[in-house]
Every structure is written in C-alpha cells, then in structure tokens.
Design a protein around this ligand. Structure first.
Ligand code: G3I
Length: 370
C-alpha cells in the first residue's frame, strides 16, 4: 500500500531528488563524481575547497563513487624512476574510504601527465627496459591502492581518431604489446579489481570505437583479463552523440562480455551560458545517462568533478565551460533534473543487469583460463 507520504514523495519535483539514489533504483552500481585534492586545485590557481563543495561530495545520496582527477597519474605517483609518491592520490582515497564511496582509480599507463623521465627523447628505451618500467610502475601503484579500488583505468587513450594507435613513447617502443603488458601485469597484481580500457570519442560507432573493440578482442584472444570499457564522455552541448548511437556502442562493447561505464562525463557549452545552450546540455546529459540505464552492460556514471569552477574545460577550451551539474553559486544546472529524469525512466531491470554482469565475469574468467 502506498501511504500519503509515498504519494507525496512521488509528486515532489526532481530538484529534491538525488543522483546516486536514483542511479541505484535504476540498477546502476553508482552515480559518481571525480574530484581533485585541495592542494592540486590551489596550485592550479583555484580555491582549495568550500564547505558546501565538501558536503555535496560526501553526500552518499548524491554520489556513490569518486575518482581522483589527477593524483594517481604517473607524473605524481612516480615523478622520478623508482621514487613513488602517493600523497595526492591518497587524499581522494581517504575521502572515499571515510564516506563509503566506491573508488574508480585512474590511470596507470597514459601518454599524458606522464613523468618526464619516461617521455624523454634521450632515455633511449629498448623494449626490455621500457617493459620493466611499465611493470614496476603498474605493480607499485596498484599494490599501494590494493583493496581500495573498484576498478582501474589500466590503459588510457591509446587510440587516435581514425582507430589506429596513438603515437606515444609506449607505442613507439613496444607497439601494441604495451597494452598487453599493462593488463597482464595489473591482473597479476590484483586479480579481483576490474580492469578497464578508457578513452574519449568512443561513445558512438566510429573507426575509434572499432579500435576499442579490436583492443578488447586482442586481449581476450591472448587470454589476458579485461573487464571494462570506460567511455569518458567529454561532450559538447551543441553536438553530442545521440541516445541511439550511445546505446548501440555500449551494446557493441557489452557483446564482447565486458562491462561499460561513463567515466568522465561532462558537457561543455559556450560561456556565458544561455537558455538554449542549457537546454542542449540537459538533453545531452539525459541521453548519456539514459543510454547507460537502457543498455544492460553499463554499470555506472561518473562526472568529471561536479562543480563548474573545478572543471578542466575552461583551461583547455577558453570561452567554453559550465560543463558540470553545479554552477559557481552552487545552484544546479537544468541538466541535473534531466539526469534524474533519465534514471527514473530506466528500462533495464536490476535482475537483467546482474545477469549481464555475471556473463561479463564469466567471459573474463574464461579468457584468463585459455
Ligand atoms: O600541479 C600543477 C601546478 O604545479 C602548476 O603550477 C599548475 C599551473 O597550471 O598546474 C598544476 O597542474 C595542473 C593539473 O591539472 C592539476 O591541477 C595542470 O596544469 C593541468 O594541465 C592538469 O589538467 C588535468 C588534465 O587531465 C591534464 O591532461 C585536469 O585537471 C584533469 O581533469 C584532466 O583529466 C583528463 C583525464 O585524466 C583523462 N581524460 C581527459 C581528462 C580531461 O583532460
């Protein structure tokens, strides 16, 4: 029986709803937000933190997961060869631990924010020496965070837009073997953690999304464990991928037996914003989250921070911004309600999702056993 309070709750406007609560009702594992350490923000010329910011990040009804936007990257964790430093990453891990948030860990092998000693023309790497460096890095960083990550982005952004491999020190020296080595090492260090390939512009069918399929198959055919594909989801409000394109792509990855997550979702627009651009943005968020709740393989959504002033967008794309769900004054974007609406309209039952996850786990295990 629905009592008067239940009926009232159902009638309340979406603005009183909260993201993680609805994500779970829709059968997702979490709705999360990435965050940086206050020290990193300060060094980048931003305010270190606000009480209101901290309260929202730690509100389990709003967010069930977090990711350190910078602190676990190579530049910070192994700034000099063999010298490991986990200070920045640990700040976010502590927040996750204290507040019971799932942590998506990011990123082990990436050409960007790489320590200069690795990406150094005079280093003269051979396949043997660079392989040893990758193994040492992956093993030490994963060991430090053992038991604290739901998933690791093992390899990040290895592909170019045409689906070929991106030119990087890793690819130049090792070819695609660097991907195999990174995943093989990660699986050895912590067999229970989910291992993801993570990239951007892979949310709709394209040569690049075919490249992702190729990577997943390559690993599986070699008996190497891969559990997930991370869709970064850095979108532009005026030209996002459609709902159907995103569902088709998630299904294509899911058909390989891996899970899928939106790992860095944000939707940028020209600033100052206007009603039209906010509406486009709301539609783009609705479609991304809508695709996740409609496609069985998708397990969760992470936005790349939640508070506009802390977004990476204005620094990389001057004249654009307001990409997240909270404005500078801590009021919410219209996109917030659009996200809730997408999750309220979820069509995949939690039971079907569990079945899909089990299938993915079995596929990953049988790949390992081959
Ligand atoms: O720590 C330095 C500080 O010492 C320096 O004085 C200051 C001056 O600008 O910069 C500080 O570092 C900045 C760092 O963020 C920490 O705030 C870097 O300049 C800045 O380039 C760096 O940007 C990060 C970017 O990755 C680098 O590519 C963003 O915060 C981070 O959000 C962004 O995240 C990436 C994902 O990892 C992968 N996918 C794309 C996504 C967006 O670029």
């Amino acid at each position: 029986m629905h009592g008067p309070l239940t009926v009232l709750a159902a009638l309340l406007p979406f603005t009183s709803a909260q993201l993680n609560t609805y994500a779970k009702k829709a059968g997702l594992k979490y709705f999360g937000a990435a965050t940086d350490s206050p020290g990193q923000r300060e060094r980048a010329g931003l305010e270190a933190s606000y009480n209101q910011y901290d309260a929202i990040l730690r509100d389990g009804n709003e967010f069930g997961s977090t990711t350190p936007t910078n602190g676990q990257k190579w530049l910070f964790t192994e700034p000099e060869q063999g010298v490991f430093n986990f200070t920045e990453g640990d700040i976010v891990t502590s927040i996750a631990q204290e507040h019971g948030l799932i942590q998506r860990c990011h990123a082990l092998v990436w050409h960007s924010q790489l320590a200069p000693w690795v990406d150094n023309a005079t280093a003269d790497w051979t396949p043997e020496t660079l392989s040893a460096v990758i193994v040492e890095h992956v093993a030490n960083v994963m060991e430090h965070y053992r038991g604290k990550c739901y998933a690791w982005d093992v390899v990040n952004e290895a592909l170019d837009e045409d689906g070929s491999y991106r030119d990087s020190v890793f690819y130049r020296v090792l070819g695609e073997d660097f991907i195999k080595l990174a995943f093989r090492t990660a699986a050895k260090v912590e067999p229970g953690v989910k291992l993801y390939y993570n990239d951007y512009n892979i949310e709709k069918p394209s040569p690049k999304s075919e490249g992702v399929v190729r990577i997943v198959r390559m690993l599986q055919e070699d008996g190497i464990k891969i559990d997930g594909v991370g869709l970064q989801g850095h979108f532009v409000a005026s030209r996002p991928p459609t709902l159907d394109e995103q569902i088709a792509t998630i299904n294509a990855y899911g058909a390989l037996g891996v899970e899928v997550a939106y790992t860095e979702l944000d939707v940028r627009q020209t600033t100052p914003v206007n009603e039209t651009s906010l509406e486009w943005q709301a539609n783009a968020y609705r479609d991304a989250v809508g695709a996740c709740v409609q496609a069985e393989a998708c397990i969760g959504v992470t936005i790349w921070d939640f508070y506009d002033p802390f977004s990476w967008v204005p620094y990389t794309f001057p004249g654009e911004g307001a990409a997240l769900l909270w404005f500078e004054d801590f009021s919410k974007h219209p996109a917030y309600d659009a996200v809730i609406e997408a999750m309220r309209n979820a069509t995949v039952s939690p039971c079907k999702r569990r079945q899909q996850r089990r299938r993915a786990q079995m596929a990953a295990r049988s790949a390992e056993l081959q």
